[in-house]
Design a protein around this ligand. Structure first.
Ligand SMILES: Nc1ncnc2c1ncn2[C@@H]1O[C@H](COP(=O)(O)OP(=O)(O)OP(=O)(O)O)[C@@H](O)[C@H]1O
Ligand SMILES: [Mg+2]
Length: 152
């Protein structure tokens, strides 16, 4: 698939990572998939936490490391926060019910590579790399995302 949009953001600390999630949250609509990539401890859960809190209020947002999925009721749509690190086979995303909701919920997915090619190609990818004490977040997506991210 052709990637039309790439945008980089340097994020210095955890508080700024939460704030970046807050600023992204308003862009998301029902049926969006957001792939959160980057090494262990990069900040994927932190970024998802900022997004979820902006949509759902200042609630606790635990890492889905062990549960694989945490769901939240947003004002307009459900939010599925997933960590697929422990998935053994891509097909397990069907057993988790994730594919059933992918067109209706906002799905924030850590370790999306574990799902093979079963996630939508229209996903926005937020890749987080370590950079000195902070992080570099690279946003990539198709032209739809390019338009939606114009004012971020
Ligand atoms: N921009 C940032 N700069 C510095 N530290 C950060 C930044 N964002 C998050 N962190 C810190 O990185 C640590 C790991 O964060 P987090 O749990 O979100 O990572 P993760 O990518 O979800 O890890 P995992 O792969 O284990 O799920 C936390 O201690 C968090 O405070
Ligand atoms: Mg995590």
């Amino acid at each position: 698939m052709t990637m039309h949009m790439q945008m980089n953001r340097r994020i210095d600390n955890e508080a700024d990572m939460l704030a970046f999630g807050v600023s992204l949250a308003r862009l998301f609509r029902a049926g969006d998939t957001v792939a959160l990539t980057g090494d262990l401890g990069a900040g994927k859960t932190t970024l998802a936490r900022g997004i979820i809190r902006e949509l759902c209020g200042n609630i606790e947002v635990p890492s889905p490391t062990y549960t694989l999925i945490q769901t939240y009721d947003g004002p307009e749509f459900e939010i599925w926060h997933c960590d697929l690190y422990r998935l053994e086979r891509p097909e397990e995303v069907h057993e988790l019910g994730l594919i059933d909701v992918i067109d209706e919920a906002l799905c924030l997915i850590e370790w999306p590579d574990r799902a093979g090619s079963l996630l939508p190609e229209t996903a926005l990818t937020l890749n987080i790399a370590f950079e000195d004490e902070g992080r570099l977040v690279k946003l990539t997506g198709d032209e739809r995302w390019e338009l939606r991210l114009e004012n971020v």
